[in-house]
Design a binder for this molecule. Structure first.
Ligand code: G
Ligand code: MN
Length: 294
């Protein structure tokens, strides 16, 4: 594997992550979503909607790595939609349609159930899964997720939920209560995309989250000037004071890693450390966009 002039620590980090990846069981991600009533009954006016109706979703997993020693702390499960012509679509291509069609609660519930199956088969693995604002507003979905966790034969501590856009949730009190209930079960929560749009210090304080994910835009610009560095240092210090983990998102370049570590950020995620890959295919983190796969 090339290390592209990375520091010995970064290289060691990647080797560690690689070893862990080799141990992963090979399970198929072929389980499809159940038929979606909203789509099978409704009209599908454009290709994304048709694809959504065909339920060709898969989850890819991206490592979240400890910057100190390179171990994989957990994985983030990320939705992908299979397009027969264009290949795999990332969420920015299909989420607007899924939101418009009102299938986000169903989609997120499917993702949680898929992740729980993974966790049941791999007890030493931890996974974070994203919940959309539409799901957080859906009473049935929240009940369904809770039930799935209770019934899934996993250690709830294996599961983390990533939430953002909490400010736009209609019934914040209900969501807060649900989060507390899930935390009592043992599940953990991360505040996603911190520093962008609607995330705020208030949510960090009131929601009692376990981790904060610093948006990739700050991470990528950390070396460009004093502002982003100050932001990252400030968030890391604040989180440390609150006993909250920090994750730097969108790490693409090795040059930002020492700056992040020095700022006190504990965990990192990004293309440098590992691209999102199917669980069964992943052979190791990819460095600088070049894969160490056959
Ligand atoms: O909002 P959230 O953090 O859940 O979004 C994660 C998205 O970011 C995924 O779709 C994933 O493919 C993408 N992603 C992961 N790592 C990187 C990275 O290093 N750079 C960029 N630009 N995107 C990334
Ligand atoms: Mn996320």
């Amino acid at each position: 594997m090339h290390h592209f002039g990375l520091s010995e620590r970064t290289a060691a980090m990647i080797r560690h992550a690689d070893q862990i990846l080799q141990h992963r069981a090979s399970l198929s991600d072929a389980s499809l979503m159940p038929p979606c009533a909203a789509l099978t009954q409704g009209t599908a006016p454009n290709p994304p909607a048709e694809l959504l109706a065909r339920r060709g979703f898969v989850l890819h997993y991206q490592p979240i790595v400890r910057l100190g020693d390179g171990r994989v702390e957990r994985w983030e499960a990320l939705l992908r939609l299979k397009d027969p012509h264009e290949g795999l679509l990332t969420p920015n291509r299909f989420l607007p349609h899924a939101i418009r069609l009102g299938i986000m609660p169903e989609l997120d519930l499917w993702a949680v159930r898929s992740v729980l199956r993974r966790l049941a088969a791999n007890r030493d693995v931890r996974v974070a899964v994203n919940l959309s604002v539409q799901t957080l507003q859906d009473k049935e979905a929240l009940t369904g997720i809770r039930q799935a966790v209770v019934e899934g034969r996993v250690e709830p501590g294996q599961l983390m939920f990533e939430i953002s856009e909490v400010a736009t949730v209609r019934d914040v009190a209900r969501v807060t209560e649900w989060i507390q209930a899930m935390k009592r079960l043992g599940c953990r929560f991360a505040l996603d995309d911190f520093g962008t749009g609607v995330s705020s210090f208030e949510h960090l304080r009131t929601l009692d989250v376990d981790a904060v994910k610093i948006d990739g835009s700050y991470v990528q610009q950390i070396g460009a000037g004093p502002e982003c560095l100050a932001f990252v240092e400030g968030v890391a210090a604040m989180c440390q004071a609150m006993g909250v983990e920090t994750v730097a998102e969108g790490i693409e370049s090795a040059s930002v890693v020492p700056l992040l570590a020095r700022a006190g950020v504990g965990l990192g995620q990004g293309f440098l450390l590992g691209r999102p890959e199917p669980f069964e295919d992943f052979r190791g983190p990819v460095v600088g966009g070049s894969a160490n796969r056959q």
